[in-house]
Design a protein around this ligand. Structure first.
Ligand code: AMP
Ligand code: MN
Ligand code: MN
Length: 324
């Protein structure tokens, strides 16, 4: 850790204009890690910015997003820090803007990372990019404030499924304890992100269940929602997330897949594993990526063709080729 952190620190010391960016379709960890580092670097006088062109409205209460920009406004910048993105193709930045950075630092916690940039720190033993940034901010000897601590808490809480998943370690809890000591309102963050939904989302949950298909004696659950349905409910792309968990929760489910049509015409697959199947292998097979228990990819062909391919490969992974 320290070798890369030291290299990153040296680059930061020499940089003034610094942009933070995470993956497209940002989750709590992507937003938390970029915005927390933004506040930390701003506090030591850097010309810091977060690039976040679009995000779910559930995150609007978090500090930092109001100041976020959608692209690099300059011809050249000193440094781009990329967080929570295992390959640079998934970054929420254009190739043109990416090339404007004199230096690139990558901080990530995905198992299958395709390293990029001048400094690469990848640690899949940490729960989240926020847990990396927590250590990095401490390494830089920058104190946490309400904003950075709230953001780091958000990413650790969301990426661990409220500290339910196996990526939660005693170190995660120790880090969280320190963030709570800063005096953050963790109750409000959890209420907003885990316990508050719009009525349209409730209807989307109903649709997801209505469309659910069951394979392999309940070991696989699949649901597809087309973009027209999502649009008719008045839900934006980024807010149509999170349905896979309901499928995964059903007892006996080993692989859950939720496919949604996006406004750009592509199909986004969101998978969760409730058993021993390493679904990151499936996602990688289809050109995506992720973690053993949370992974995804983009379907580009006809939905029925794509569905069959997915059901078949899950069948192979389950060691059971027969469909219900
Ligand atoms: P999601 O279901 O969107 O929450 O995604 C779960 C995880 O899968 C994410 O944390 C990413 O690591 C990964 N993932 C999702 N979609 C893709 C994709 N198109 N390419 C690579 N990784 C993905
Ligand atoms: Mn993420
Ligand atoms: Mn993450």
């Amino acid at each position: 850790m320290f070798e890369e952190f030291e290299k990153a620190k040296k680059i930061i010391e020499k940089s003034n204009s610094i942009y933070m960016v995470a993956h497209i379709n940002p989750d709590g960890d992507a937003i938390g890690s970029t915005c927390a580092l933004y506040f930390a670097l701003k506090s030591i006088g850097k010309d810091a910015h977060v690039i976040c062109p679009s995000y779910s409205e559930v995150f609007t209460f978090l500090p930092g997003l109001k100041e976020a920009v959608s692209k690099v406004e300059k011809d050249e910048i000193d440094l781009l820090i990329c967080l929570d993105a295992s390959d640079n193709g998934r970054l929420a930045i254009s190739e043109e803007d990416y090339k404007k950075a004199k230096k690139v630092i990558m901080l990530d916690h995905h198992q299958k990372s395709h390293p990029y940039g001048d400094v690469q720190y990848i640690n899949d033993e940490l729960s989240s990019a926020c847990e990396i940034v927590y250590h990095f901010i401490k390494y830089l000897k920058i104190p946490f404030d309400q904003k950075s601590a709230s953001l780091l808490y958000t990413g650790m809480m969301t990426d661990t499924g409220s500290f339910n998943y196996s990526n939660t370690s005693s170190n995660t809890h120790r880090a969280v304890a320190e963030l709570l000591d800063v005096g953050i309102d963790s109750v409000a963050i959890c209420k907003q992100l885990n316990d508050t939904i719009k009525e349209a989302k409730l209807k989307l949950i109903a649709k997801t269940i209505e469309n659910m298909e069951v394979f392999y004696d309940g070991k696989m659950r699949y649901s597809y929602i087309d973009y027209e349905t999502i649009k008719a409910l008045g839900i934006h792309d980024e807010d149509a997330e999170g349905m896979t968990n309901y499928l995964r929760m059903v007892e006996g489910t080993e692989v859950a897949a939720y496919v949604r049509g996006k406004s750009d015409g592509t199909l986004k697959v969101s998978m969760r594993s409730g058993g021993n199947v390493d679904i990151s292998k499936i996602a990688i097979e289809f050109g995506g990526g992720g973690h053993p228990r949370a992974a995804g990819y983009t379907m580009r062909e006809d939905i029925e063709v794509e569905k069959k391919k997915l059901v078949d490969i899950v069948g192979v992974m389950l060691g059971d080729g027969t469909q219900n």
